[in-house]
Write a protein that binds this ligand. Structure first.
Ligand SMILES: [Zn+2]
Length: 270
């Protein structure tokens, strides 16, 4: 059959009048935007809290403007060259396991039926007053919309720890944070955790190598930018969404992968 395939390809090429030097890929290169949330509430006391009404308007914006909200795993497969992405691909993630993920985010996500990845540090779960319980995480998992992945074991600042510890103790500390988190999440939630978001988006060569060593397929930071097949898979950028990202501003964040500086603030020293 090989000759037949070859002649069909030759025939179809002959029928297409493309200038010889132009290389036309079978599909235009895709890219995705990964959004990172933390907590939700009636007011926004800081950068990491998005008002419930703002979050609802952002989901509606994605819905109304033809965005395709895809699971984070699809983006990982795309970077690896193992899968395709739809046009206007957006991914939703939320870090830290705050209670408002259960009370505010869950009902909205169920309404829009969008996939979400949660990055959790297990030491807080069923422990810190602001955090969800294991039971709540299991309930989120059972909805089918929430995938739960690792945010290290107790959310250290690796930059601080690197200064504080000897080189060999720091290496052990990093390995422990990455292994322990995976092990506890796997055991508690009955799954195979293989995605990592490092706290504060901190990364360097050593942390990227440690993530690979610990068996993570991909690791995520907090940074501007769109994700393409050229993205470094151990430092995939996610955009920190704030309360100011509404309407057109949110649209341009999704289009550009960064937040434009408002005209009123240009040249301001604040
Ligand atoms: Zn965090």
């Amino acid at each position: 059959m090989r000759w037949l395939t070859a002649s069909l390809i030759a025939g179809s090429l002959a029928a297409v009048s493309v200038p010889a030097k132009v290389h036309t890929p079978p599909q235009a290169a895709r890219s995705a935007i990964i959004l990172a949330y933390h907590r939700f509430g009636p007011s926004s006391p800081g950068m990491t809290t998005v008002k419930t009404s703002v979050f609802a308007s952002q989901l509606q914006f994605l819905h109304d403007n033809g965005y395709n909200v895809v699971p984070l795993r699809d983006v990982v497969h795309y970077i690896e060259g193992r899968g395709e992405l739809p046009a206007r691909a957006v991914t939703i993630t939320a870090d830290d396991g705050h209670k408002s993920v259960f009370t505010v985010m869950r009902p909205l996500i169920e309404r829009y039926r969008y996939p979400v990845t949660l990055f959790i540090y297990p030491s807080a779960i069923s422990n810190a007053s602001y955090a969800m319980t294991w039971q709540e995480l299991k309930q989120l998992q059972a909805t089918g919309f929430f995938d739960i992945e690792s945010h290290t074991y107790w959310h250290p600042n690796f930059r601080v720890e690197k200064r504080r510890l000897s080189a060999s103790n720091y290496r052990k500390f990093v390995t422990w944070q990455l292994d322990k988190s995976k092990e506890v999440l796997d055991r508690r939630l009955g799954k195979g955790v293989d995605l990592l978001a490092r706290p504060y988006g901190i990364y360097d060569e050593q942390l990227m190598a440690a993530a690979r060593q610990a068996g993570y397929l991909a690791a995520f930071s907090i940074a501007w930018g769109r994700v393409s097949q050229r993205t470094e898979i151990m430092a995939v950028p996610r955009i920190l969404v704030t309360d100011r990202d509404v309407g057109r501003a949110f649209g341009s964040l999704l289009a550009e992968g960064r937040r434009p500086i408002p005209a009123a603030e240009r040249g301001s020293r604040n």
